[in-house]
Each structure stands twice: as C-alpha cells, then as structure tokens.
Design a protein around this ligand. Structure first.
Ligand code: ATP
Length: 361
C-alpha cells in the first residue's frame, strides 16, 4: 500500500516563512490527489517536502507505511515531475527516460527495454532518438512523465505538470494524464492553481491557504459545499454568488437577500441572524417574470448583460442594486432589460458566517 500519511507537518524557510503550517493529510494508495490553492499558499513547498527536497521543520511524512521524514529524496521511493520538466537537453529522449535507472546502475539492455515500454505507454514511439529541443511542449511533458514512471517510484509527484502547455494541448494532456494514472494505478499527488484542472482530474482535492488545509474532499464536495467563503470563491469557473442576507424565520426555512428571498435549510441559525448567502450560478433557475408566477421564496430582478460561455451563458441580473449571476443554456439567454425571477433548491443555498466566512448551514 503506497499511501502517504502526513502528520503535523510544518516547513519553515530560513527567512521564517511558515510555508506549510501544521498540516495533516492522508493520500490513499492509488489515489489521484490534487493540492490546490492560490499562488504562495504553500502547495509546491508541501510537494517538495514530501519529496525530501525541503526539510520538514515539524511533524512527519510516511510513504507506504515507512517514516521518510529524515530520508534523502533518492531513498523515499518518489518520482517527481517539475513544472519546467527539467529534461537534459544534451541527452536523447531514451537517455532522459532511463536516466534514473542509469544512476542506479541498471544494465543497458534492461534500460532500453524500459525505454521502449514506457515510450509505448506515453505515446512517444518513434521519438526515442530525438533530443528534447526537437519535441513539442506536449511531447516534452510526456518525456518528463515517462522518466518519472520509469524510475518506478511508489508515488508520483507532479508540480503544475500542465502549466507550460497551451490551452488546447493542456486539455489533451489532461485526458492523457488521467487515463495514464488510472491504468498505472500509481499514487499521484499533483499541484495546481487551476481549480478546473483539479476538479477534472482528481479523486480528491486539498484546498490550501496560508500553508494550511482549508478543505479536503471529492471534486463534487468542494464544488457543491465549500466549507468557507475562501473555498467558495476559489472553486468554480464562474464565481459563487455571495450575498448579504438574513434568516427570515428559522422555522420557515428562508433567507432574505437583495430582491427577495431564497429557501434555505437554516439549521441552528436563529431568526434575524445576518449571514452571507452562497449560491452558485449553476444552481439558480431563471424564469422570465410573468403574471402571478413563482410560488415560494424567489428573487426578482432585471437582466443587465449575458456572457457567452460556449454552450451556456452567464447572465448578470440586477436584483435591487445587487448583481447576481445565473447560468442558463445558451438558447435561453434573455435580452438585457428583461424582468426575471430567480429560484434555487433549498439544498443548494448555503449560509456562511458574516465574520469568519465559515459554513453555518
Ligand atoms: P505558486 O503557485 O506561486 O508556486 P505555491 O502555493 O506553490 O505558490 P510555495 O512556492 O510553496 O507556494 O510558497 C509558499 C510560501 O513560501 C510563499 O510565501 C513563498 O514566498 C515562500 N517561499 C517559497 N520558497 C521559498 C524559499 N526558498 N525561501 C523562502 N521563502 C520561500
């Protein structure tokens, strides 16, 4: 079982920056695990501390059950792919792939069969004699991955593996990486600041801020139920609406917001309490206001502008002076100025503490 267990981990740089600040985390055997967070939150430092490229100041790292906290990188059973791939420009693809084996004095014949096999797994056939400078960005990225895989680490660590690729190649490489990880079943931790990439690839995501873990969960969990407004803001291609609100009556299950109200399961939040109401644009339903209409809590407003997102549109609705975003199928995009009504299912309306930003209900 090549899982990773991290306990009470802190990594403090000589200048006193606590880049990783007391972190507990378990990555399961075979899991595809994302470390996600804004620039400077400590994700690269965490990855490098797992690899042994930075020293842990406190706490421990266990890989496959063994405490590796004080082991040098080469003895930890990890293979790492760096953001810039760190390929050797003067070596062929084949030599690059098998370099870790050469260091371990593996025989040339074995090395060349590993190069052939790994090149097959990573669609690099026919490129083994080229040098990195003669490859596309996507091919270079696959050589870096091939080298990591050929080293037969128990754990694969990837630092922003797709960030050097252009948008189209990136999508292709994403699919490729996901399938490769599935096929090989190797425990993989990857760092990204791109929430869409983390949502698309990972089995589970750890969202970090200031060296600490803010939320750990499946893509579905962190998307649908962010535990605080930081995660709510960070996850999602269109930002979550975070609105000033108040609990209308805790037994009626509604919160008032600009332009009306929404149904909400208020839990133990008392009547009259002021809260931040979180609701994703994807979970709001927009209907064109007509006579009588919607029963139950709803928000009224007027369409300001619609932004085309491809197959859907993000519609900004002015609700008593507050802009609320709602996504609709492209063909249902209303004209600016149209009076509309917004509703949402109760379970999609989240209440956050106005001060701390923590999820209340
Ligand atoms: P990015 O996405 O920008 O790479 P990150 O989340 O990976 O950011 P880290 O690179 O781990 O963040 O940096 C975490 C904190 O540690 C930052 O405040 C950074 O300035 C600081 N830091 C990183 N490397 C060093 C270093 N070698 N010496 C001192 N401070 C450092």
């Amino acid at each position: 079982m090549a899982g990773i267990d991290i306990e009470g981990l802190a990594t403090v740089y000589p200048n006193g920056v606590r880049a990783v600040d007391g972190l507990d985390l378990t990555v399961a055997d075979g899991e595809f695990f994302a470390l996600l967070g804004p620039s400077g939150c400590g994700k690269t430092t965490l990855l490098r501390t797992i690899a042994g490229l930075e020293n842990a100041s406190e706490g421990s790292v266990r890989i496959d059950g063994a405490d590796v906290t004080r082991l040098e990188p080469g003895k930890r059973g990890v293979a790492m792919v760096f953001q810039d791939y760190a390929l050797f420009p003067h070596m062929s693809v084949s030599e690059n792939i098998t370099y870790p084996l050469k260091v371990r004095r593996v025989a040339a014949a074995t090395r060349s069969s590993v190069a052939e096999r790994t090149a097959g797994e990573l669609s690099l056939q026919g490129l083994l004699e080229r040098r990195p400078g003669q490859l596309s960005g996507g091919q270079q990225q696959r050589v870096a991955l091939a080298r990591a895989i050929a080293s037969e680490g128990k754990v694969l660590l990837l630092d922003e593996p797709l960030s050097n690729l252009d948008a189209r190649l990136r999508l292709e490489a994403r699919t490729f990486l996901k399938k490769l990880q599935r096929d090989l079943g190797i425990t993989t931790v990857f760092v990204t600041h791109d929430q869409a990439e983390a949502l698309a690839l990972a089995d589970r995501i750890a969202v970090m801020q200031s060296g600490q873990l803010r939320q750990l969960g499946s893509p579905r969990e962190v998307f649908a139920r962010p535990v605080n407004t930081f995660v709510a803001n960070f996850i999602g291609s269109t930002p979550m609406n975070l609105l000033d609100g108040a609990v209308v009556a805790s037994d009626s299950g509604a919160v008032s917001v600009a332009g009306g109200s929404l149904p909400a399961s208020t839990g133990s939040v008392p009547t009259g309490a002021e809260v931040t109401v979180g609701v994703r644009p994807e979970y709001l339903t927009l209907s064109v206001a007509s006579a009588g209409d919607v029963a139950g809590p709803a928000i009224r407003g007027e369409v300001v502008v619609a932004e085309n997102l491809g197959t859907s549109s993000l519609v900004s609705v002015d609700c008593a002076g507050t802009l609320i975003g709602v996504t609709v199928p492209e063909e249902d995009e209303p004209e600016p100025g149209t009076p509309v009504v917004l509703t949402a299912p109760e379970q999609r309306v989240l209440l956050y503490d106005k001060e701390s930003g923590e999820l209340l209900a």
